[in-house]
Design a protein around this ligand. Structure first.
Ligand SMILES: [Zn+2]
Length: 283
């Protein structure tokens, strides 16, 4: 149905100092937001994930939700992103999607969701001669989005190419002061030889950038899948052993970033790959 204000032209006239001017009709913004939402690449699996239906049961989940809401309220003034890291099944992706959808819908932001493995696959595909798209065409929305969700960072087996490509994304967004929301199962321990740490998987430089450009929240909780397993078992009359709760608390970076960075300095050479900051580009 056509808009009653503009009859579908998407323009309306307003008087500015007594002079009639054409301006975008309110309905145009809604059309744009709908288009942005449709193009945001939010997976169907998370089509209903909102901040309003995220149910935290641990303090760290409450913290993560509070920071996600704070980000949305402050946007676009807030350019500092968020890193939600911790075990699988604690709702990190739900939070990131809820934040992304709200910021597109309420603030008209241009935002994209990329599963990290999928993003790397798309970039890799452009090296195939039968694919017309260039590496930069794939990366442009990733680099230029007002808000980018990088989901499941670190799930891809690391390599120099993976580190360079993710490094390009992180560094470009850092320089442009664009907000990046990361979810990851990686850990950030003091022992930075841990194979599943940000340091080893991303390299010292990208981790350090992420520390500067994002607030980090270690999200802990009861794994949803464990709860479902227990619920299903209870229904069938068989109660299994209670799931092992993950209580290990790693050091919290972010606020204590100064110390974390000092630590980085000491061990910096170990993982430095002399990343030039632009090798993965097509220039
Ligand atoms: Zn209209």
């Amino acid at each position: 149905m056509d808009c009653p204000i503009c009859n579908g032209s998407r323009w309306k006239s307003v008087a500015v100092n007594g002079v009639e001017r054409l301006t975008r009709c309110d309905c145009w913004r809604n059309v744009v937001k709908e288009r942005y939402l449709a193009e945001s690449r939010i997976p169907v699996k998370f089509a209903k994930a909102e901040l309003s239906n995220y149910r935290p049961d641990t303090d760290s989940q409450r913290d993560a939700l509070r920071l996600a809401k704070k980000f949305v309220e402050a946007f676009p003034a807030e350019q500092k992103g968020l890193v939600f890291y911790g075990p699988t099944g604690v709702g990190k992706t739900h939070l990131a999607v809820g934040l992304l959808r709200t910021v597109i819908r309420d603030k008209g932001a241009r935002g994209f969701f990329f599963q990290t493995t999928e993003l790397l696959r798309l970039v890799r595909e452009t090296y195939n001669r039968s694919v017309d798209e260039t590496e930069m065409e794939v990366l442009r929305p990733v680099l230029e989005a007002d808000v980018l969700v990088l989901d499941d960072l670190g799930v891809e087996k690391t390599s120099e190419w993976v580190q360079e490509t993710l490094g390009l994304v992180i560094n470009t967004r850092y320089n442009a002061r664009r907000a990046t929301i990361v979810t990851s199962n990686l850990r950030d321990p003091i022992d930075n030889t841990d194979m599943n740490s940000f340091m080893v998987q991303l390299g010292v430089r990208s981790r350090s950038r992420l520390l500067e450009m994002c607030e980090w929240v270690e999200v802990q909780g009861t794994d949803i899948r464990d709860v479902e397993r227990v619920t299903a078992a209870a229904k069938s009359g068989h109660l299994p052993e209670p799931p092992e709760r993950i209580t290990k608390k790693g050091p919290l970076p972010g606020k204590s970033g100064g110390m974390a960075r000092a630590r980085l300095k000491d061990s910096g050479t170990q993982f430095e790959l002399n990343w030039s900051g632009g090798k993965a580009g097509s220039k």
